[in-house]
Design a protein. Structure first.
Lengths: 306, 297
């Protein structure tokens, strides 16, 4: 078969016209079927009330969207997601910069890069479950054991069961090894790419450590910081594994982020599938609007500097 | 870099005092990061009562209890309840990591190649298609995807998850492949037909070997992504025998009644081991690849 084709198109002109489409065909089929169609369906479905797949799809216009808004845990969930996202990104980038600066010219740079990457190796689920074990509310939980038996506190703290503090506990955990992982690798690489002459000139001009960081290092790596911040924000909107494995949505839903909310909604069909689709769309909109806004703001920042 | 060229300690302290808090911060962080892992392994070597009594204590019979707990986790037989065995979960996870990976990389390679080296009608539309898909986060279409897949009869089957996994990772990978092919030497490609090479032969014998580096990098990242993935797989696979390792770990959360600590920790250790093995083998590539790719982007 192949031999025949080669003889028929000695210069490959006939074959070439068809083959690009053939090349992109498998990819297109997969993406269209399993991502494209669901997205289109999502938009369509959100305007209907769908109790079960085979039942009648009742057209309800925008009611699903309104219902999602009216949920009394929707607003809090969005707020929570935003707070967690901003907090984690701010600390990751902020402390990540400091950490990278500490480590970039250290003798043991590679060691630190490796070891700060270790927590990322274990999957979010495993880490989350591990922490939920360590923070068990009884006296035998690790943290409580420390507090009660060693430091003499009377009653164990219900770290993950008290709706008021669980969110803060999550943020606290996020501070361990903050700025490590990929952030550290990225920043250290970029910092080390800053030309030596610049640093030496700055030293000659008599800058101290702080000024070196703020006036030399940071401006030089600004674009990387910017794009990484963007990616981190979007990533933290989507991420839910760690929190879900840790709290399963939290005591009384106090740690439900937007992603968890959607995950749970898609597992249950109490409000109809159209409702979940509407929620998905709203949240997608929310994330895109936020990312666009961020892009606009950071672009303004860049233009001003120039 | 600190050099103590004959400086006395007092002098060194005055000059480089910041080294001390810096090192303290670093090592404190390292301790905090590694401690949970240490605790995980430690607890996996204790019996339930040992763990319950004192979380910090060392076990009386380290190896014996460890073997006991590991057997429990490996077979999934905890007391009288039969959970999914680790071996089965491992198989499921490996299957769902490798099979979609191969298909996905192949499809992305072909598509990226065509996009970058050919021009054809609809190329622009395809690019827009890719961009749009990437901006919509997965949770925007979980629901319809599940219904659609259900209609196709793909739920609760490992093979059903495969196409979803492929589709989800394709857009980003195609873009990366395009990036690679844009720096691909045209001369090699043009030489091929002259030497009497047909399209398919050219692909297999020339392009793929040259793209090996990129393919490897993408394979590694996506493999890890698939391995750690849990939302799609937990939604689509409800049969206990089809659980992946991560789903198995997640499931231990719901058994809060009489929790068997030993089992949970043993399972956690078992779930971390493959990740660590993988990381140790590929660490140079992972860390190196990130820094290379990062500077470009």
């Amino acid at each position: 078969m192949r031999g025949k084709i080669e003889k028929r198109r000695p210069h490959g002109r006939w074959g070439r016209r068809l083959s690009p489409y053939l090349y992109i065909l498998p990819a297109t089929v997969f993406m269209f079927l399993f991502v494209g169609i669901p997205i289109l369906m999502s938009v369509y479905m959100s305007f209907f009330q769908i109790q079960s797949v085979n039942a009648q799809w009742i057209f309800t216009g925008f009611r699903n969207f309104l219902d999602v808004f009216r949920r009394n845990d929707f607003g809090p969930a969005m707020l929570r997601t935003l707070v967690l996202a901003l907090f984690s990104v701010a600390t990751t980038i902020g402390i990540g910069l400091l950490l990278a600066n500490m480590v970039a010219r250290h003798r043991w740079l590679n060691f630190y890069r490796y070891i700060f990457y270790v927590p990322t190796v274990v999957s979010g689920i495993t880490m989350g479950r591990l922490y939920s074990m360590m923070l068990m509310p009884s006296r035998s939980g690790l943290m409580n054991s420390l507090l009660c038996n060693v430091f003499g506190k009377e009653s164990p703290v219900n770290w993950l069961g008290d709706p008021k503090i669980t969110l803060y506990v999550i943020m606290g955990i996020g501070l361990i090894g903050v700025g490590g992982g990929m952030t550290l690798i990225l920043f250290t690489t970029v910092i080390n790419d800053i030309p030596r002459e610049l640093r030496e000139a700055a030293i000659l001009d008599g800058v101290n450590g702080c000024q070196m960081l703020t006036k030399v290092t940071v401006p030089m790596i600004r674009p990387v910081i910017s794009s990484w911040t963007m990616l981190s924000i979007i990533g933290s909107f989507k991420s839910f594994e760690f929190i879900y494995a840790l709290t399963g949505g939290g005591p009384a839903g106090s740690t439900r982020t937007v992603a968890i909310l959607l995950y749970e909604s898609s597992k249950s069909s109490t409000n109809g599938y159209g409702y979940s689709a509407a929620m998905g769309l709203l949240l997608t909109l929310f994330v895109s609007v936020f990312s666009l806004a961020y892009m606009r703001i950071s672009r303004f920042g860049k233009i001003d500097r120039e | 870099m600190k050099k103590k060229n004959g400086l006395s300690f007092g002098e060194w302290l005055k000059r480089r005092w910041w080294v001390i808090p810096r090192e303290l911060y670093l090592w404190f962080n390292i301790f905090l990061m590694l401690f949970p892992l240490y605790f995980m392994v430690l607890s996996a070597t204790k019996t339930n009562s040992e763990y319950y009594n004192n979380a910090f204590a060392l076990p009386k019979d380290l190896w014996g209890t460890l073997v006991e707990n590991m057997t429990m986790a490996l077979t999934g037989l905890v007391g009288s309840i039969q959970y999914t065995s680790y071996w089965r979960m491992l198989f499921n996870t490996v299957f769902l990591a490798l099979v979609p990976l191969v298909i996905m990389v192949a499809a992305a390679l072909l598509a990226g190649y065509a996009m970058e080296t050919r021009s054809f009608r609809g190329k622009g539309a395809f690019t827009i298609f890719l961009l749009t898909i990437q901006t919509v986060p997965f949770f925007g279409y979980i629901m319809p995807l599940y219904l659609f897949v259900d209609k196709l009869g793909l739920t609760n089957k490992l093979w059903g998850v495969v196409p979803v996994y492929v589709a989800v990772a394709l857009p980003a990978t195609i873009v990366l492949m395009q990036g690679f092919f844009s720096s691909f030497p045209k001369e090699v490609e043009e030489a091929a037909p002259i030497d009497g090479c047909g399209e398919v032969k050219k692909m297999i014998h020339i392009i793929v070997p040259m793209a090996k580096g990129s393919i490897a990098a993408m394979a590694i990242t996506n493999f890890m992504g698939y391995w750690n993935e849990v939302s799609i797989s937990s939604l689509m696979l409800t049969d206990a025998r089809l659980r992946t390792i991560n789903i198995g770990v997640l499931m231990t959360n719901t058994q809060t009644g009489t929790m068997n600590y030993a089992y949970v920790f043993a399972l956690l250790v078992l779930s971390a081991i493959p990740n660590f093995i993988f990381f140790t083998i590929f660490q140079k590539k992972i860390i190196g690849g990130i820094s290379l790719g990062a500077v470009k982007g």
